[in-house]
Design a binder for this molecule. Structure first.
Ligand SMILES: [Zn+2]
Length: 253
């Protein structure tokens, strides 16, 4: 039993431990080209949360990892079979219920560990922050924690080199041979402002990619995944420790 994983814990142990920070991993259930599993974002969230929590716990941080929420925002992938969409308004309801429990029980810090590009918790955190002023609410995208360029030859967006390498490291038995995968090429919006990144519109996924992949996965290796996973979890653990140590009334320097 790992004392920082809620789903493995028991009432006796929980009663006797004072936890300072809740960690809520948040994934998505969606197709990842032909070679990676639908649970890719869930597997990443589970493993990055638990390994980061292990490292943080060893540094004295009293954190508790809640079960991963398996459904993300997949509104742009409405026509991909069994991509299960959870609307942002539903996510807000789920998040409010979790925050309400933590707030009532005096665990005043929460970190959402986000695993999916379609999820965006910023506006929800703003709204819930007004409602629960004692709570420190934050989110982080683990895939932005370290510069992917240091580890990979091609930038990943979805089921590309990074995600393929990470799943090769975590669950190699679930990765189909690269030869079975689609090429992961994707179209871009014609509008210049969107290409430049300062304007935004949702991509209708199957109009952009044939195989659901967006990113070149051909150079993926388990070794790259192992190195990247270690770097990411070290950095995420440092954030967990910082939040655990932080004084909620003295956050700014
Ligand atoms: Zn993914």
């Amino acid at each position: 039993m790992r004392p920082y994983i809620l789903a493995e814990n028991n009432w006796k142990n929980i009663k006797e431990t004072t936890y300072e920070v809740g960690i809520l991993p948040w994934g998505a259930c969606e197709a990842h080209n032909y070679h990676l599993p639908y649970g890719t974002d869930i597997i990443e969230a589970d493993n990055i949360a638990s390994e980061s929590a292990r490292l943080a716990w060893e540094q004295g941080a009293k954190i508790i990892v809640l079960p991963t929420i398996p459904f993300g925002v997949n509104t742009g992938q409405f026509d991909v079979t069994l991509n299960i969409n959870m609307n942002p308004s539903t996510q807000l309801c789920v998040l409010r219920d979790v925050v309400e429990v933590l707030n009532r029980q005096g665990i005043y810090k929460l970190i959402i560990l986000n695993s999916h590009g379609g999820n965006d918790f910023k506006t929800m955190i703003r709204e819930l922050g007004l409602q629960f002023p004692n709570m420190f609410l934050s989110s982080c995208n683990w895939y932005q924690a370290v510069d992917q360029k240091t580890f990979f030859d091609h930038k990943d967006d979805h089921a590309g080199e990074m995600e393929t390498s990470v799943i090769m490291h975590l669950r190699p038995e679930l990765v189909r041979p690269i030869a079975e995968a689609g090429d992961g090429t994707a179209k871009k919006f014609r509008m210049k402002a969107i290409q430049e990144g300062w304007a935004w519109a949702e991509r209708k996924w199957l109009k952009v990619t044939k195989d659901t992949g967006v990113g070149d996965h051909r150079q993926a290796t388990p070794e790259k995944g192992t190195r990247y996973f270690a770097a990411v979890t070290k950095k995420v653990a440092a954030f967990f420790v910082d939040v655990a140590k932080a004084d909620r009334n003295d956050l700014y320097a």
